[in-house]
Design a binder for this molecule. Structure first.
Ligand SMILES: [Zn+2]
Length: 305
């Protein structure tokens, strides 16, 4: 295992193998290069800017960059199959459509064998990969996959990838030795990640262009089953949110990387009613929808813990 303890880190820096500022410069350049979409959930970007100013996280990034390049990336891809125009061409096509919709260059996509419905984007801002679990491809329709891949592209388009990977890195065995990263910082990171999911869900809907498909996909991912989904009443499911409020169990969300799913579904349904989505995405004439500022105020209340 790579020694990622703080003392070792400082030793290496002193030995002139690089300085934390090298990585800060790297990160700032990449973040500034990555323009955020105007559909972004504003508190996501505000929290991201705060994280970027935290020195201890910069130190973690330097360890991460090294670990990613030296071993993690290769380890991840050891059992993965690349998506290309000649292999899983349907997924490739979906990826290209999402990338075009969100104005980004599609990073390499891979399928890995995994029974859980999920997808993720990991890496550095200029060296990221989208990983799709095989079960996701088996259980979801083309339109639903577009929502999932669009969500991942939303993370890329809005500069989320580096800090999402930091969180994965901290949760992995490889980073066990980074004991010096204080718990409040980890909680700040998780708080931002939950906000970033709201932005990415919006990107998923922009790509799928169908509210029913996008919300259905979120519920299917939670259930992990096409068969079970057919028996779920989404309105009934959303009532669980009211049951959750007022219970001590709601605080479990503080340690999660995603807001509880009913909150995500409600936040996405609101976005679908916004002026932005109706005019810019669907091309409707109506101007009756909610402004992005009003929308974000509502969403903040929905996802508050
Ligand atoms: Zn996500």
């Amino acid at each position: 295992m790579v020694d990622l303890s703080f003392n070792n880190y400082v030793r290496e820096m002193k030995a002139n193998t690089g300085t934390p500022d090298d990585f800060s410069t790297y990160r700032h350049q990449k973040q500034q290069d990555a323009p955020s979409g105007d559909y972004v959930y504003r508190p996501d970007q505000d929290a991201l800017r705060t994280l970027q100013r935290l020195k201890p996280l910069n130190l973690t990034i330097s360890a991460l960059v090294r670990f990613w390049k030296e071993s993690w990336r290769g380890e991840l891809l050891g059992h993965a199959v690349k998506v290309t125009p000649r292999q899983f061409s349907n997924l490739y096509q979906i990826g290209m459509e999402c990338a075009e919709e969100l104005h980004l260059v599609l990073p390499p996509m891979y399928v890995i064998q995994n029974p859980y419905l999920n997808a993720m984007t990991l890496g550095l801002e200029d060296d990221s990969i989208i990983i799709i679990h095989s079960a996701t491809v088996d259980h979801l329709s083309r339109e639903e996959l577009k929502s999932v891949i669009g969500h991942e592209c939303g993370h890329i388009a809005n500069g989320h990838v580096l800090y999402h990977t930091v969180a994965q890195f901290l949760a992995s065995g490889a980073a066990m030795l980074i004991a010096w990263l204080a718990q409040p910082l980890r909680m700040m990171l998780l708080d931002w990640i939950r906000k970033s999911e709201i932005t990415a869900d919006r990107a998923g809907l922009i790509c799928a262009q169908d509210e029913t498909i996008a919300t259905r996909t979120l519920v299917k991912l939670a259930l992990g089953s096409q068969n079970l989904y057919e028996q779920v009443n989404v309105d009934e499911y959303l009532k669980q949110l009211d049951e959750l409020r007022g219970t001590i169990g709601k605080f479990a969300e503080l340690t999660q990387t995603h807001p509880f799913l009913p909150k995500r579904v409600k936040a996405l349904q609101l976005f679908a009613k916004s002026k932005y989505y109706q005019q810019r995405v669907l091309g409707m004439e109506s101007t009756g929808g909610m402004s992005m500022t009003k929308l974000d105020e509502h969403v903040a209340k929905i996802i508050a813990i």
